[in-house]
Design a protein around this ligand. Structure first.
Ligand SMILES: Cc1ncc(COP(=O)(O)O)c(C=O)c1O
Length: 405
């Protein structure tokens, strides 16, 4: 649960590195698996070839994904997983004779990494403005951050109807021009925005009724953060593709993946010309060290009951973080699984985010690492966190806020 500064002081990791170290740092079984693999087979090409570990990991992941998600496409990061999923969506539509469906729909305040596709469907102006027109034919649903939902615990009550904006887009562009919609089930990077009750269900209904693929970007929510393998499982909504990364290897070796529903895979592969079915991929896709780390990580999650621990901790976690509602400067607390966003009032006359950034520095100096995004302190500790550690973390934040101007 801790980093150590060069001077030896310990820093409690309230962010799981960057939403990714779900089993805690330097887990010995993961460390051992990587070391062993490095000495056994450091690299093998995955173009026209395969190696057993990649197949073993793909099969293992398939066994843990929602029913019907039968194929895995490996990448090296969340950004690559997102761009690959968008390309698979376009290839799928073309394969089923819907090649006119080239539009991709994201959402305001969405974050899908920083490659071209992810930046284009992402909804963060600061990430977009320096990079020109990005992709053509991209549109964005409205974000789901509503003032009426202030201090909502878990799924906010208001906002399911925001999914209906997709119907307006269909009215504007024509369903037969839209390939896919991509959303984070819980938007993390723009301040922890859990989905309003009924919202994901509505998006699923509209996409299914209109031949549009639904992609859940689960780079943050995958592997136990919601108390289940995926947020799709936690919320009971099944998309057509799920992007994964981060905690897939407990962050010890870079890796990402797209988990693909069988019908999407089959359409692309069965309708392809002889040769390469999907002309996209990376030198390091299914890298042996990443596969070894991921297999060991999944064993740790299973053998140590880490998802079950997270699920059992969720009520105490929500109690503790929502207890900050009356802390100084706090204007909103949002939570989902073992994630929380604590939003502060902006400092008058200062740049947005200045108060939260001061809190970040003071917390780090006093031994607690958090993440800040805008005026929100975002928490996503390793899932092995105890109730006592949760109270220490929340107490540290309360203490720093009390002293902050
Ligand atoms: C939802 C989501 N998608 C994609 C990414 C990008 O992942 P990476 O930084 O591994 O490229 C992130 C990173 O935080 C993310 O939160």
């Amino acid at each position: 649960m801790y980093y150590e500064k060069p001077n030896g002081e310990r820093v409690f990791d309230g962010t799981g590195g960057l939403w990714c170290v779900n089993a805690g740092h330097c887990h010995p079984r993961v460390v051992e698996a990587i070391a062993r693999q490095a000495g056994e087979m450091d690299f093998a090409p995955t173009f026209q070839l395969g190696h057993p570990l990649a197949f073993e990991l793909a099969s293992r992941l398939v066994s843990e994904m929602p029913a019907g998600f039968e194929q895995i496409f490996f990448t090296n990061s969340g950004s690559e997983a997102v761009d690959s999923a968008l390309k698979i969506a376009l290839a799928y539509q073309r394969a089923i004779g819907q090649g006119g469906r080239t539009r991709l729909i994201g959402r305001e305040r969405g974050y899908h990494g920083t490659n071209f596709g992810g930046t284009a469907v992402g909804g963060i102006v600061g990430n977009r403005r320096a990079f020109g027109a990005l992709l053509a034919g991209v549109d964005h649903l409205p974000h789901t951050h509503l003032p009426a939902n202030v201090h909502a615990r878990g799924r906010p009550p208001h906002g399911a109807e925001l999914a209906d904006a997709l119907e307006r887009m269909i009215g504007l562009h024509g369903a037969d021009t839209i390939a896919a919609v991509i959303v984070e089930p819980v938007a993390g990077s723009t301040g922890v925005l859990p989905p309003p009750a009924g919202y994901l269900e509505r998006l699923r209904e509209i996409t299914a009724a209109n031949g549009i693929l639904l992609i859940f970007d689960e780079v943050i929510t995958g592997f136990g953060r919601m108390g289940t393998t995926t947020a799709a499982e936690a919320y009971g909504v099944t998309p057509d593709m799920i992007t994964l990364a981060k905690a897939i290897t407990n962050a010890a070796v870079p890796m990402g993946a797209v988990s693909v529903a069988g019908h999407v895979h089959d359409a692309v592969v069965d309708n392809s010309a002889p040769g390469i079915e999907l002309a996209t991929g990376y030198t390091y896709s299914g890298h042996p060290l990443a596969c070894a780390a991921a297999l060991a990580t999944l064993d740790v999650y299973r053998d140590e009951g880490i998802y079950a621990h997270a699920a059992a901790m969720m009520p105490a976690w929500a109690d503790a973080v929502h207890g900050l509602a009356d802390a100084r400067h706090v204007v909103d607390v949002r939570s989902a699984g073992i994630i929380a966003g604590i939003e502060l009032a902006p400092r008058e006359g200062a740049a947005p985010g200045a108060r939260a950034m001061t809190a970040f520095h003071k917390l780090f100096d006093s031994g607690t690492l958090v993440r800040v995004t805008g005026e929100t302190i975002a928490l996503s500790p390793p899932l092995v966190i105890s109730e006592e550690e949760t109270h220490t973390l929340v107490g540290a934040i309360r203490g720093v806020l009390a002293e902050l101007d």
